[in-house]
Write a protein that binds this ligand. Structure first.
Ligand SMILES: Cc1ncc(C[n+]2csc(CCOP(=O)(O)OP(=O)(O)O)c2C)c(N)n1
Length: 282
């Protein structure tokens, strides 16, 4: 089955329900290991729901389809969100999610590109955008209309490789490339170390059509993705302000949301509170 080709009218309610399902999967996965990079995952759940269930053109039965849109997760440690989306999309089994982070699992805490649906390996930060530029150039050479979406983080904007890639994309006018910059304000041990503001102006200065939105507002996410379809000779950047732990107050308010670890009893309490907040469990 070919999904989202071309994207029609967005069903915002259905996309929000998908985001809730992604969050539910992530909580189950993290509970299985007692820990995970779940704050970030919960923060980008709305974006991944909008991508996989509205914007991206792909075929879950034919992952090598040349005309597929590519989604590159540059922050490999956000894998928990990607595994949830790939399972909901029917690319990996939902039953496998519980193996997240376990020995011999395909669902590592940082992405492996040998797992179905993963376009690039992402453990070493700062490389996703460069890979996306290469893929977009390759697609252009092949006269393909497929697009390349690269998620990257605010921490990765502190790496020179990100700006080399940004400069190249602007120079080459890669309008089939969309950078999705997750500005969640955190880095390993607390707030992002270097002041990256004004983020949007930096991307504009490098020649990108740039939007800045609340990344947890589904309407805003869907609209920004729709605007980024324009093929006008300029790459597209969407700066998403997201809340780490979004939808789960115990994680939203945690000072250690980079790698969140609590005991099983606390996970059970967190999951029960989540289900109460969203209504009946699915
Ligand atoms: C090149 C590189 N340097 C350091 C690390 C170690 N590391 C893993 S996660 C992380 C924090 C990154 O912050 P950010 O990219 O903003 O992600 P978030 O805070 O949302 O987890 C760091 C430094 C790494 N994976 N790759």
């Amino acid at each position: 089955m070919l999904r989202n080709s071309p994207p029609g009218e967005a069903d915002i309610g259905a996309l929000k329900a998908r985001a809730t399902k992604l969050r539910r999967h992530m909580l189950t996965m993290a509970r299985g290991q007692g820990a995970g990079y779940i704050g970030q995952g919960l923060g980008v759940a709305d974006l991944l729901a909008a991508l996989y269930f509205h914007e991206l053109r792909y075929d879950p039965q034919n992952l090598g389809w040349v005309e597929r849109d590519r989604f590159l997760l540059s922050t490999g440690h956000y894998s928990i969100a990607l595994w949830a989306a790939l399972a909901e999309a029917g690319i990996i089994p939902v039953d496998e999610l519980i193996t997240y982070g376990a020995d011999d699992s395909r669902l590592e805490m940082s992405t492996l590109d040998t797992t179905p649906g993963v376009e690039v390996i992402g453990g070493s930060l700062g490389h996703g955008l460069g890979q996306g530029v290469g893929q977009a150039l390759g697609l252009r050479l092949q006269k393909s209309d497929a697009r390349v979406f690269v998620e990257l983080s605010d921490g990765e904007m502190q790496e020179g490789s990100t700006w080399e890639a940004a400069m190249s994309a602007g120079h080459f006018g890669l309008d089939q490339l969309v950078a999705l910059i997750d500005c969640n304000g955190i880095q390993a041990d607390g707030p992002v170390v270097l002041d990256m503001e004004p983020v949007a102006d930096k991307w504009r200065a490098f020649g990108w059509d740039t939007a800045e939105i609340d990344g947890n507002d589904m309407d805003a996410v869907v609209s920004a993705l729709a605007a980024a379809r324009r093929r006008n000779g300029r790459p597209k950047a969407i700066v998403l302000r997201t809340l780490p732990g979004k939808g789960v107050p115990r994680i939203e308010t945690s000072e250690k949301s980079h790698f969140f670890r609590v005991d099983v009893r606390e996970w059970d309490g967190i999951i029960a509170a989540f289900e109460t907040s969203v209504g009946e469990p699915a």
